[in-house]
Design a protein around this ligand. Structure first.
Ligand code: M6R
Length: 607
């Protein structure tokens, strides 16, 4: 997730307008920043690694000539944060500049072809294929607009782009597919494009929404939108009624809720992980005789899920060790045939980095799964799988947990094929199952949110809540409990349901709430037994169930329903979503700010 912006201004000061707009988009990413302007048919580019204020101080981004410019604030996906990987990216002859938000899936093939045709690439990004593709179209005689249109037809994946062409100094070309892009207009004085409305909200609230598969030409004379067939599309200008703060949160009251709703997109992007990367990781895993997941907090629960995935899908044994306990547990058993899978959204968690360093001292291989390109953990890993959730601002991890499960599902499926446990066709079936999960989550967000919100009235003043599940759902239950305790300050524990009768059941008295994560899987009958044990002691039962599961519904006080997913191999993944919403709405009902829970930091960088 990056922030892109473009502006044409009749009033001058393009650098100042761009810098301010970028600052308002900084929440979308901030590892590097850059601007490009065009003046008298010449391009000017300034860019570097660092946050906007730092780069501005070094390069004075406001001091750029012209009336037309584009800008970018980056959250790295391909290529570490560095000057050469910062946007804008250009073509071979400095005739055009491009900023991009999204992931170009077929960039390797395009880059190979363009390199064969003599194009020189200066960065490790997927984005750089776009200016070179447009350059080819311009060389073939197409004009600005049609060159952009024909170039984007060749792109696969997600993109929102803004393009500046030196020969067209009064125009910006934009296109989008599965990444956000809005246009802002103010009389004949300003025209903007941006990833998000807050970029230009202080200047105008008149917006035009661009849809997927559309390309537009922006100028002070007007906005012309076309579909990919080149047909003109009429679109009205709308007035939005948002404060800058609301707009930054996409209209949601909190980042946490926004991030919960971003999960279908985040997962979809993560499932685009290059197959070659999966093979690299599987090679390491298949050569090791001990696999250990290590991580902290939410990422630890992802590691627990990883243990189930590896065992159930690829028939591979593994252990999950909390990173702060790693050396004490592993000190006599780690060696060069051990592979440590270190999971961390930030890649900066001190305990997890220490565990990975410790393992490396004994010759172990390190695979990292991280949401942050170039983070400390990834720099010491032998191989890294990047999740693609975009920056997570809420302190409570939500979308980053889900994408970690997505990455682990992919790795486990690939490993199963790699080891010959399943055939290529069976692998493809697993991928199909996985690729339907984002839609299922969307349905939960559309249909289940209301019943979760309504339920909070009955539970928000509880002092303690127990969360139970069996199999992989026990790890989901633990993550659900962590969400509740960290943002609502209600004591909550997640347990393997079978274990509950070995102690936790003593807590139960009339009215004590117990949440059951109860998918229709091999654990279904046994979980009914656990529900009955709790119910007969007076517990109030909240069950997360599959739609149509009348049996569990009839013995529960409250149910959160997820769509029918019986045939989907990865069905348990989606059960976390109602639990995230439950924690969120309880915190809100208690008048707490879920984005900033007390005593917590987003990345715990102290041991
Ligand atoms: O960045 P990491 O994934 O390594 O962070 C690990 C934990 O600190 C983190 O998951 C923490 O538990 C969150 N507050 C959970 O919501």
């Amino acid at each position: 997730m990056c922030g892109i912006v473009g502006v044409i201004t009749a009033e001058g000061g393009v650098g100042d307008v761009l810098s301010k707009a970028l600052k308002r988009l900084e929440y979308r990413g901030y590892d590097s920043v850059g601007v490009a302007t065009v003046n008298e048919n010449k391009l000017y580019i300034k860019k570097d690694k660092g946050k906007i204020d730092e780069v501005n101080e070094r390069l004075n981004l406001t001091d750029v000539p012209g009336r037309t410019g584009i800008g970018h604030t980056r959250w790295a996906t391909h290529g570490v944060p560095s000057k050469r990987n910062s946007h804008p990216h250009g073509d071979c002859k400095n005739r055009l500049a491009v900023v991009h938000n999204g992931i170009i899936e077929n960039y390797s093939e395009l880059k190979e072809r363009l390199t064969r045709n003599g194009h020189i690439f200066l960065s490790d990004t997927d984005t750089e294929v776009i200016p070179h593709l447009i350059e080819e179209k311009l060389n073939s005689g197409l004009t600005g607009f049609h060159a952009v249109l024909e170039a984007v037809k060749e792109l696969k994946g997600s993109y929102a782009i803004a393009v500046l062409i030196a020969d067209h100094p009064d125009k910006i070309y934009v296109a989008r597919n599965e990444s956000p892009l809005v246009i802002g207009v103010k009389n004949k004085n300003y025209v903007f494009c941006a990833s998000d409305i807050p970029a230009f909200l202080p200047i105008t609230n008149q917006v035009i929404f661009l849809y997927d598969g559309e390309v537009a030409e922006l100028s002070l004379e007007g906005v012309v939108i076309r579909n990919l067939n080149g047909e003109v599309v009429e679109r009205e200008v709308l007035e939005v009624d948002l404060t800058p703060e609301m707009a930054k949160k996409g209209g949601f009251p909190h980042f946490m809720l926004k991030e919960i709703f971003e999960q279908p997109k985040a997962l979809k992007n993560t499932l685009r992980i290059d197959e070659r990367k999966l093979i690299e990781v599987c090679k390491i895993l298949s050569e090791s005789n001990r696999i250990v997941f290590t991580s902290a907090g939410t990422s630890f629960y992802a590691g627990l899920c990883g243990k189930y995935f590896l065992a159930n899908i690829s028939r591979t044994g593994s252990e999950a060790v909390i990173s702060s306990e790693f050396d004490e547990i592993m000190k006599n058993i780690i060696d060069e045939r051990t592979t440590v899978v270190a999971i961390s959204q930030s890649g900066e968690t001190s305990d997890t980095i220490s565990a990975a360093k410790y393992a490396k001292r004994f010759g172990a291989k390190i695979i990292s799964i991280s949401n942050t390109v170039g983070s400390s953990l990834t720099r010491l890993a032998d191989a890294t799988v990047y999740t693609q959730a975009g920056p997570e601002i809420g302190v409570a991890a939500t979308k980053t947990f889900l994408v970690q499960l997505g990455a682990l599902s992919l790795i486990s499926s690939k490993l199963a094929e790699f080891k010959g446990v399943i055939t290529r066709d069976e692998y493809k079936t697993l991928l199909n199952d996985l690729n339907t999960i984002p839609e299922i989550i969307q349905l939960i967000l559309d249909k289940t949110e209301g019943e979760v919100k309504a339920s909070t009235e009955a539970y928000y003043n509880s002092t303690s809540i127990l969360y139970l599940g069996r199999g992989i759902s026990s790890a989901v239950a633990m993550e659900g409990a962590l969400k509740l305790k960290e943002i609502s300050y209600i004591h909550a524990e997640g347990y393997a349901a079978g274990e509950s009768k070995h102690g936790p059941i003593a807590l139960i008295s009339t009215g004590f709430p117990v949440v059951f994560v109860a998918p229709m899987d091999s654990t279904h009958n046994k979980i009914i037994g656990n529900i009955m044990e709790m119910k007969s002691r007076g517990a109030r039962i909240i069950s997360v169930i599959e739609e149509g599961d009348e049996e569990i519904k009839s013995i529960s006080d409250t149910v959160f329903r997820v769509p029918k997913t019986s045939d989907n191999f990865f069905k348990q993944i989606v059960y976390i979503v109602p639990l995230q919403l439950f924690a969120y709405y309880i915190a809100v009902r208690k008048g707490l700010d879920p984005d900033k829970p007390r005593n917590l930091a987003k990345a715990v960088t102290v041991a």
